[in-house]
Design a protein around this ligand. Structure first.
Ligand SMILES: Cc1ncc(C[n+]2csc(CCOP(=O)(O)OP(=O)(O)O)c2C)c(N)n1
Ligand SMILES: [Mg+2]
Length: 329
């Protein structure tokens, strides 16, 4: 992997676009946190606050035709892949008008029209879905690639090892993105996996790269390079992004297992603050940043109102979209 481009070589329009895209994820999740605390979101939610540079950096290197499979911490993956904001809020708030009819909620947001194959509550389970999607792209020769997002908690899952094997064996067009935030629920990574993801990839002959997952420019540069190689037919790659989970494992988690010093150091890693520093060094007028903040806030206010205005799913339709009629033979 070549060294990261200097901040000065990234066009201002691109910096502002990254900023807007990360802010959308951050503010959507901050609002969901409040809605959850107020009882307006059913089920559990897992926020990716602090990890926005990974989803935005990677998806900015993708096209709509590319597909993405996510995990339980998937709001950023969904929004940055292009799931429409109002439909997203309607879904997470459990409403019939949501993108999955309000039946999926936070951990099952999916939208095939933008290549979002779905969030997933089972650790590791999105990975083989992305492998299957990559196989479909290969068979159809459609030029698209698949991306699997997973956390360090998926590293010890057998399904990841099987997925690496098949992807390498069949030279599938897939990028495996490990969001390594050092925690798997309440356990540090080292307590449940005795290697690291790049060593594991190497065993299967899959090349890998490693980036600071709190630096959107570094993530995007690395992802763009790997996506180009994968699209050119080189087969799978692994991208490990080291990042930081700011909130608890789930909303409401008191995080007693985490050292105070670690919690206190989290603001130093904030990817949005880091980008703001770069933006201010480039002398971009502050009013441009303020305008972006205003636009995001207005969009989120509208999405929350849309979510509140939606209807609860009709229980009589609970089995809809689960079974399909089979023709008699
Ligand atoms: C197969 C399976 N085992 C255990 C769980 C319980 N569980 C939910 S999230 C999680 C930790 C996931 O950690 P990681 O993949 O690193 O993602 P992060 O929460 O750090 O984003 C666990 C063990 C589960 N959902 N599925
Ligand atoms: Mg983790």
């Amino acid at each position: 992997m070549s060294p990261t481009k200097s901040d000065n070589s990234v066009p201002i329009s691109q910096l502002l676009e990254f900023y807007e895209r990360m802010l959308l994820v951050r503010e959507a999740e901050n609002r969901l946190s409040k809605l959850f605390a107020d009882g307006e979101v059913p089920g559990f939610i897992h926020l990716s606050v602090g990890q926005e540079a990974v989803c935005v950096g990677v998806t900015s290197a993708l096209e709509t035709r590319d597909t993405l499979a996510s995990n339980h911490r998937g709001h950023g993956h969904a929004l940055s892949k292009g799931v429409e904001l109002n439909s997203f809020f309607l879904e997470v708030m459990g409403k019939e008008e949501g993108i999955c009819g309000g039946r999926g909620g936070s951990m099952h947001v999916a939208d095939m029209s933008v290549g979002m194959l779905g969030a997933n509550g089972i650790v590791g389970a999105g990975i083989p879905l992305a492998v299957g999607s990559a196989l479909a792209h290969q068979v159809q020769e459609n030029g698209a690639i698949a991306v699997a997002f997973f956390g360090d908690g998926a590293l010890a899952e057998g399904v990841l090892h099987e997925s690496f094997n098949l992807a390498a064996l069949w030279k599938l067009p897939i990028l495996f993105v490990c969001e390594n935030n050092g925690w798997s629920e309440f356990s540090p990574t080292g307590r449940q996996f005795n290697a690291n993801v790049r060593e594991l990839a190497g065993v299967f002959g899959i090349p890998s790269a490693f980036v600071d997952g709190d630096d959107v420019l570094a993530v995007n540069e690395a992802a763009s390079e790997l996506v180009t190689a994968i699209r050119a037919g080189e087969g799978p790659y692994v991208l490990e992004c080291v990042t930081h989970r700011v909130r608890g494992h789930f909303e409401g988690d008191p995080q007693k297992y985490r050292a105070e010093s670690e919690i206190n150091s989290l603001p130093d890693h904030d990817p949005i603050t880091k980008l703001e520093t770069i933006i201010s060094k480039r002398r971009i007028p502050k009013k441009e940043v303020v305008a972006i903040r205003g636009t995001i806030e207005a969009r989120i206010n509208a999405a929350v109102e849309a979510g509140r205005g939606g209807n609860a799913p009709d229980f009589s339709r609970a089995k809809a979209d689960v079974y399909t009629a089979v023709e008699e033979v």
